[in-house]
Design a protein around this ligand. Structure first.
Ligand code: AHR
Length: 315
């Protein structure tokens, strides 16, 4: 009986030391999440992943939808700081303009984890880690695939993401890098479609009306490609046949478009970041180091394999 009591005391003492040394368990954590909005299927899947993972681990998640506006994100981060949350997740709509608010979070001792998009700051210690795919590589993969498909020659139109956002910058960069070796390939038009279906459709309509010969469309996300596919059909052309279409994300909608023969290829960008983000947060609040960038491996999907794979897509 006496030995048993000592064991109980030992376990309690170890638990106490773990708590004092910062070993907060997930279920005790309060985390603020400033999300960009719900501009795409991808973004909704990411929000669900983060919400679902928080619920699974018993984390209290304070969710703020910024409606695509950086000023709303900055306001939300300041509110999280005032509430004294344990950590803050930010999916930054654009790259620049974050230094002041990140300094405030750092001064308050609250770690910031960036979700899927990077920030441009002079001091990298202003955030703890970035959980994101290799976005430049996504652009390269799309570019390499298209160069092969077009046999190194043709006119490409580009639907770019939100101006100033890291995926718009990096997917544009990676794609240009990949097609640079093919002098016969030209980007003849490039305009933002803001990562949305409606804007993708509107801009593609304008591209088609310009009379420019278009062999292929490169869209920085599937939603813009799906909007553009509608515009191509409305113009009496066959998307995926008359105009080759390649985009990024690999959401369900893209698989449906591939099965219908309207989208030729999509490069995966995994939105299911919840588990990696909360693993990182738990590590950080326990006072342990985390890598500055946490990435996941991704791949490219072609039209021919879409029918077989669509049933297993998780987003
Ligand atoms: O930052 C990731 C990008 O943002 C996704 O590709 C896009 O669909 C989203 O809106």
């Amino acid at each position: 009986m006496v030995a048993m009591n000592w064991r109980v005391w030992f376990v309690l003492a170890v638990g106490l030391v773990a708590t004092i040394s910062g070993g907060a368990r997930a279920k005790d954590l309060v985390v603020g999440f400033s999300q960009i909005g719900a501009e795409s299927e991808w973004r909704t899947a990411e929000s669900e992943s983060i919400r679902g993972e928080a619920a699974k681990r018993g984390v209290t998640l304070k969710f703020a939808d910024a409606q695509q506006k950086q000023e709303n994100q900055i306001r939300a981060v300041r509110a999280f700081i005032a509430q004294g949350v344990d950590a803050i997740i930010v999916a930054p709509v654009v790259e620049t303009g974050w230094e002041p608010v990140l300094r405030e979070a750092k001064a308050a001792g609250i770690p910031v984890v960036l979700a899927d998009r990077a920030v441009d700051v002079s001091d990298p210690s202003l955030y703890a880690t970035l959980v994101s795919p290799d976005v430049v590589e996504e652009g390269r993969m799309a570019g390499r695939w298209l160069a092969k498909r077009l046999d190194g020659k043709g006119s490409i139109v580009e639907l770019a993401g939100t101006p100033g956002s890291s995926p718009a910058i990096d997917r544009g960069k990676g794609f240009r890098e990949a097609i640079a070796e093919y002098p016969g390939l030209k980007i003849v038009k490039s305009q933002t479609g803001d990562f949305t279906r409606s804007k993708g459709k509107e801009v593609m309509e304008a591209f088609l009306k310009s009379g420019q010969k278009i062999d292929a469309l490169y869209a920085h996300n599937d939603d813009m490609a799906i909007g553009a596919i509608q515009a191509i059909e409305d113009a009496g052309k066959k998307p995926g046949v008359d105009i080759v279409v390649v985009s990024i994300d690999a959401v369900k909608g893209a698989f449906e478009a591939m099965v219908a023969g309207k989208l030729n290829c999509t490069v995966e960008c995994n939105p299911l970041l919840g588990p990696a983000i909360f693993d990182a947060i738990e590590t950080i609040v326990a006072g342990k180091p985390v890598a500055k960038k946490i990435s996941m491996k991704e791949r490219l999907f072609e039209q021919g394999e879409a029918r077989e794979l669509i049933g297993n897509r998780k987003y």
